[in-house]
Ligand binder design. Structure first.
Ligand SMILES: Nc1ncnc2c1ncn2[C@@H]1O[C@H](COP(=O)(O)OP(=O)(O)OP(=O)(O)O)[C@@H](O)[C@H]1O
Length: 325
């Protein structure tokens, strides 16, 4: 188990991690999510032992992780950390880059493992290609195979799919996270992408300005977002004043995802269409409602600008989605 206790860290007197406390169960997948600059990479570096903490402690399986001031070789031996920048050998092939980290004793076994990992990253066809001739996204996939080859107990990944095109991303993350579950590798990963969190994390840590502001399952955070910041990590969210809804008596704001609203002739809200954006299987419609509030809704058809439409909303959700400003 990973245990992070009341960690405080500062870069040049600027507090970057503030009283961070959480634990991660063995074999589980935990994502760290939050806006750019909130401290995700710094937290991963602290867990790996690359930073000297101001306060607090970090333990992996009851063994304290110490920073560079106490360690000649920074970085915990049972963990592997894949930073945003890669450290591949450019003049050797993809296979050689992976094999470098496998045992040389049993060459047949090492060949099989290399092939297995090439399959996980969907790069069997590139086995003999030199790394210098790969694209940024392909290099990122090789770097992933390299850290998997080292069979860490705890894998720390920083934005592991950020250079990978959407076309490959879905299959790749299924392959990687299935592989990690199969090998019972605990994984802590930083991401901007809510799909990484929703589909692949057992637990989500939400950070803002160096603080951990939520620690829950992705389902719980999506269904009952405690504030606008957390709801908008998933997708565009409607932030509507409570006074708009006749069912509500309390003040505050109501967070509703556009997909939860419906265009319906008996809808209780009347809005005016401002702009329609084509989104593949639907149009994303920006509208203006009472009090000049913006309201987003999905529509099957393109709607004329300035037309008036009626919107229905899930009445049973209103109370649950009411939060304070
Ligand atoms: N080596 C450093 N020296 C000083 N300040 C730093 C250093 N590295 C990061 N910071 C600052 O610490 C804060 C947190 O940075 P960090 O890289 O952890 O954020 P992040 O959430 O991973 O961001 P992103 O999503 O953009 O990668 C930022 O304000 C950043 O400018």
């Amino acid at each position: 188990m990973l245990k992070v206790n009341q960690v405080l860290f500062a870069y040049q007197n600027k507090a970057t991690l503030q009283n961070i406390q959480f634990s991660v169960k063995k074999g589980s997948h935990t994502c760290i999510i939050g806006e750019s600059g909130c401290g995700k990479s710094t937290l991963l570096k602290a867990v790996y032992g690359l930073l000297d903490l101001e306060e607090g402690s970090i333990y992996w399986n009851n063994e304290q992780v110490l920073g560079p001031a106490f360690n000649l070789v920074p970085g915990h031996p049972k963990m592997k950390y894949l930073a945003q920048e890669d450290h591949l050998m450019p003049y050797t092939t993809v296979s050689e880059n992976i094999q470098k980290y496998l045992s040389r004793q049993y060459s047949e076994k090492s060949k099989q493992r290399t092939e297995e990992l090439l399959e996980v990253i969907d790069m069997l066809h590139f086995a003999k290609t030199k790394v210098k001739n790969l694209s940024g996204g392909q290099k990122q996939r090789v770097a992933l195979a390299q850290v998997l080859a080292r069979e860490p107990e705890l894998l720390l990944l920083d934005e592991p799919f950020n250079f990978i095109d959407n076309f490959r991303k879905n299959k790749l993350r299924r392959n990687i996270f299935n592989y990690l579950k199969k090998q019972k590798i605990t994984c802590l990963f930083a991401t901007h992408d809510s799909t990484d969190m929703l589909g692949f994390a057992d637990q989500a840590l939400v950070m803002k300005n160096g603080e951990l502001i939520a620690n829950n399952t992705p389902e719980q955070l999506y269904n009952l977002p405690p504030n606008q910041y957390i709801a908008s990590l998933f997708k565009e969210v409607n932030v509507l004043k409570a006074e708009l809804f006749e069912e509500l008596t309390k003040e505050g704001i109501v967070l509703l995802y556009p997909s939860e609203l419906k265009i319906h002739e008996e809808g209780k809200l009347t809005v005016k269409v401002k702009k329609c954006y084509f989104n593949g299987d639907h149009y994303f419609v920006e509208t203006i409602c009472k009090n000049n509030q913006l309201l987003y809704v999905n529509s099957k058809e393109e709607l004329p600008t300035s037309s008036s439409i009626k919107i229905s909303y899930p009445e049973d959700l209103l109370e649950k989605r009411l939060v304070q400003n």
